[in-house]
Design a protein around this ligand. Structure first.
Ligand code: UGA
Length: 445
């Protein structure tokens, strides 16, 4: 074993940190994951991920067993035992504001700096407003013990939930922000495997690196809101947005990805990141960005209302005391994450209007139930649809797109399904006796 290999600590073991820690261990490094939550640390130590992420439990288990990966609540111990410290804590939306809450990032930075016993590299991965790194450098300078050389750089992360392991081991690109010659060389060692596999490295200054990440998410959000705006035109004009997206997507300058119209984006990243960028752009006096992102957000939130309107329309103007079978609670398939989930938001809105809402999700039932305990929950899609006056598909899980529409039609009382993700084979569902209401789609006949 290479004795000089840098030892790694990862602060924060959420979707980002747990995956990053396991991936770094998989690349052969000694890694310590740190979290303030003893429950998470205990779960991870046992080789269980505290959330659903395909492939992650296996990666954690094999690397814990190999002795390369461990978890602790003791930040000082982890810092003393490592050379490169990755900050992977959350930056949620602040309550009562669009600004990002930087208290976790600041606390992690201060905690690392204060605990340093030898020279180290501190690497920010969390998504932060541009300008944060400079502030954190001041914290490091103030909190680090005298005689210890601590450098802080930014290396944004672009992983998607549901594909986190693959995105981390095989990223599209690596961005190193604010690095010196020495820290760049150290990061190149840490990422030697993906770099050898051809992953491009971009060396940037600190603010550019911070801004790359939020711009990437803002662009993806804009792409989704663009196609959703066109979906509204399609609805008004009797055109089909799914066909249109396929045709647009053949233009390689546009590309087909992130052109699925429907219920719009949610999750712990895109919504809060465009809002934080809106807020920060306003602070910086960059008003064009504020206006653009405001529109993107408004179009996106309007999609939730569009589904509620379709439900009201389908049930003759009121959902009061009508039974609605809801398929999907997660903000997208292959995750149990319900943070800012458009699906749960719509389910809750229908519930507030007096509907008897029964939700089924293959993975997110537990997380959904914690957030919205007053909704009804089912153990299966069949149970959710039994006796339903209306069926609403809000997350495009394979279990729903691959379901037998004829079998489901027998269970439901009403024959209308709102396909809020444009994910069903409308012709097949039609043939099985369903009326399918899509989002910007010509009704199948
Ligand atoms: C997003 C980015 O894709 C990642 O690159 C980034 O690293 C991550 O945020 C982050 O900042 O941590 P994620 O939130 O996991 O990843 O989910 P996405 O796959 O981007 O989906 C976001 C939302 O957009 C979902 O609600 C999805 O249903 C929706 N979406 C996506 C659409 O409505 N239409 C599409 O065509 C694509």
């Amino acid at each position: 074993k290479d004795q000089a290999a840098p030892r790694i600590s990862v602060i924060g073991t959420g979707y980002l940190g747990a995956t990053h820690a396991a991936a770094m261990a998989e690349l052969g490094f000694d890694v310590i994951g740190v979290d303030t939550d003893p429950y998470k640390v205990a779960e991870l130590t046992e080789g269980r991920a505290p959330f659903f992420e395909p492939g992650l439990p296996e990666l954690i288990r094999s690397n814990v067993a190999a002795g390369r990966l461990r978890f602790t609540t003791d930040l000082a111990e982890a810092v003393a035992a490592s050379d490169v410290h990755f900050i992977c804590v959350g930056t949620p939306q602040q309550s009562g504001s669009f600004a990002a809450n930087l208290s976790y990032v600041e606390a992690a930075t201060r905690g690392i700096a204060a605990a340093l016993t030898h020279d180290a590299l501190i690497v920010g991965k969390s998504t932060v407003p541009v300008g944060t790194g400079a502030r954190l450098r001041a914290i490091v300078a103030e909190a680090a013990p005298a005689g210890v050389d601590a450098e802080l750089v930014w290396n944004p992360e672009f992983l998607r939930e549901g594909k986190a392991v693959d995105d981390t081991l095989r990223p599209d690109r690596l961005v190193f922000g604010g690095t010196s010659e020495r820290s760049e060389a150290l990061l190149r060692r840490v990422y030697a495997t993906p770099i050898a596999d051809g992953t491009p490295v971009l060396i940037a200054d600190l603010p550019t690196a911070e801004l790359v990440k939020v711009s990437a998410n803002a662009f993806l959000a804009t792409k989704i809101s663009f196609i959703n705006a066109i979906a509204e035109v399609c609805d008004a004009a009797g055109a089909d947005v799914a066909l249109l997206a396929d045709a647009l997507g053949h233009d390689t300058r546009i590309g087909r990805q992130f052109l699925n119209a429907g219920l719009g984006f949610g999750g712990g990243c895109l919504p809060k990141d465009i809002r934080a960028l809106m807020h920060r752009s306003g602070e910086l006096g960059a008003h064009a960005a504020v206006g653009l992102l405001q529109q993107v957000d408004e179009i996106n939130m309007g999609r939730r209302q569009r589904v509620i309107d379709l439900a009201l329309q389908a049930l003759g103007g009121s959902v009061l005391n009508r039974r609605i079978g809801v398929l999907g609670a997660a903000f997208k398939p292959h995750t149990d994450d319900v943070r800012d989930s458009p699906a749960l938001n719509v389910a809750a809105a229908l519930h507030l209007r007096g509907a008897q809402v029964v939700v089924y999700d293959p993975q997110a039932r537990g997380t959904a139930q914690r957030l919205f305990p007053t909704l009804g929950y089912a153990e299966s899609k069949e149970e959710a649809l039994a006796g339903a006056d209306l069926t609403v598909v809000l997350t495009e899980w394979d279990e729903f797109t691959g379901a037998d529409p004829a079998a489901l039609r027998e269970l439901a009382s009403g024959g209308t399904v709102i396909d809020a993700r444009n994910c069903l084979d409308a012709t097949a569902w039609n043939a099985a006796g369903w009326t399918v209401l899509g989002m910007g789609r010509v009704p199948a006949s």
